[in-house]
Ligand binder design. Structure first.
Ligand SMILES: Cc1ncc(COP(=O)(O)O)c(C=O)c1O
Length: 405
């Protein structure tokens, strides 16, 4: 059967997510040999309280008569209420229940926003680098991406304003500005408070809609940040939340916080595609929140990840001393810039095959060519006692490729 000529035009914009491609390759290789993986962007499974989840789920399925039925598309009322409260308490954002739409992870929230706002040929401004799955997803809707350089304290706002003006002058429609203000994936950079306020001033001046991806908002190892939405007085910020990075990526519960009217529209396009997010897991997250487990799980995660980050940075300082690398104060990743003559895809391939170490070539997180020699390393999911060995092997592979002893 020949399928290709039957595909929609949209499929021409599709490309596989490089993360999923590498992660499935690692899963296959892991069956036959030990891999040290810095590839994933996930919590450490050893600190997730699965026994607690099992016991809560067992209670839920016994006690909640409708827990194995559809829920409203926008989520069970208990969870919407709990998320609104969570946003008031943990995010300093004045959210109400009817401003919350429960989604299947932040991923679905991002996809729904792409479906709602983007026509082929529309422009989206993103931090450079930015989260590759959003790039891939929105390109699928035909969006064209404009990258704005990420500085140590967040987006280069001078460049942002220049690019917005340029787009205006050329009558290009900038539909969305997408930012990960805290713990950017892949760079681990967080935007300063001053820049958060300034970004909203620019958004107001040029009438821009901003999507705030808050996936890493509570994985902050030094300092603290209020979300962009906290400073928003004009309804310009659509907040995308996720419980993946604290409760576990497999629970697949995220949300959108937007105006009540916008939530109604998004609900309309969401319903026919999924009916609702998995209902037992909606109840589970609601119970975890209302019983105060968010903070206990998060605290444990922060302690664990901070230690691993420090081991990783120390090892990089020792074994990859000649490279440039980020020192993240938030998020899950370190970016390493390899010498300019090294292609990160070739490097990552060789590292995996010959040294059994997995990293993500970061090229596809960048708009343009600047990330060709950059790799992304995750420090949260790997075992602490494997980190030094893994970094040492990256150093050996690099010297090997550079022809040095
Ligand atoms: C920046 C960012 N946004 C959103 C997501 C999506 O996560 P989920 O769909 O598990 O909530 C991720 C996952 O890696 C991410 O890094």
């Amino acid at each position: 059967m020949e399928y290709i000529h039957r595909f929609s035009h949209r499929i021409n914009f599709a490309r596989p997510s490089p993360i999923r491609t590498i992660v499935s390759k690692i899963a296959t290789l892991s069956k036959t040999r030990k891999i040290i993986s810095f590839a994933a962007g996930e919590p450490d499974p050893d600190i997730l309280p699965r026994d607690l989840y099992a016991s809560l789920l067992s209670d839920i399925l016994k006690e909640e008569k409708l827990s194995a039925n559809y829920s409203p598309t926008e989520g069970i009322p208990e969870l919407r209420k709990a998320i609104a409260k969570f946003m008031r308490e943990f995010e300093n954002v004045n959210a109400e229940e009817d401003e919350i739409l429960v989604t299947i992870g932040g991923s679905q929230a991002i996809d729904l926003l792409g479906r709602l706002f983007l026509d082929p040929g529309d422009y989206v401004i993103v931090e450079n680098p930015s989260y590759v799955n959003t790039i891939v997803d929105w390109e699928f809707y035909g969006a064209r991406l404009i990258g704005v350089n990420l500085e140590k304290d967040g987006l280069d706002l001078g460049e942002l304003e220049m690019k917005v003006k340029e787009a205006r002058n050329e009558a290009r429609k900038v539909k969305l500005v997408y930012v990960i203000p805290t713990g950017n994936n892949p760079a681990g950079v967080s935007m300063s408070e001053e820049k958060r306020k300034h970004l909203l001033e620019i958004a107001s001046r040029y009438d821009l809609l901003v999507v705030e991806d808050a996936a890493y908002n509570h994985l902050v190892y030094e300092g603290s940040y209020k979300p962009l939405s906290h400073y928003d007085r004009e309804g310009r910020v659509i907040y995308v939340g996720s419980f993946s990075k604290i409760f576990g990526t497999g629970l697949r519960i995220g949300w959108i916080r937007a105006s009540k009217d916008l939530v109604e529209v998004i609900k309309t396009i969401k319903g026919p595609s999924d009916m609702c997010a998995p209902v037992p897991l909606q109840y589970l997250v609601e119970r975890l929140l209302s019983k105060g487990f968010y903070e206990t799980i998060r605290k444990k995660a922060i302690e664990n990840y901070r230690v691993k980050r420090d081991i990783m940075l120390k090892a990089i300082g020792e074994y990859l001393r000649d490279t440039d690398y980020t020192k993240p104060s938030s998020g899950m990743f370190v970016l390493i810039k390899l010498p300019s003559n090294i292609d990160s895809e070739v490097f990552s391939q060789r590292l995996l095959e010959e040294y059994s170490v997995a990293v993500i070539p970061a090229k596809s997180f960048y708009i343009g060519d600047s990330g060709r020699n950059v790799i992304r390393l995750n420090f949260t999911m790997v075992d602490a006692d494997e980190i030094e060995d893994g970094i040492k092997k990256i150093g050996v592979c690099l010297r090997d490729m550079l022809g040095k002893k």
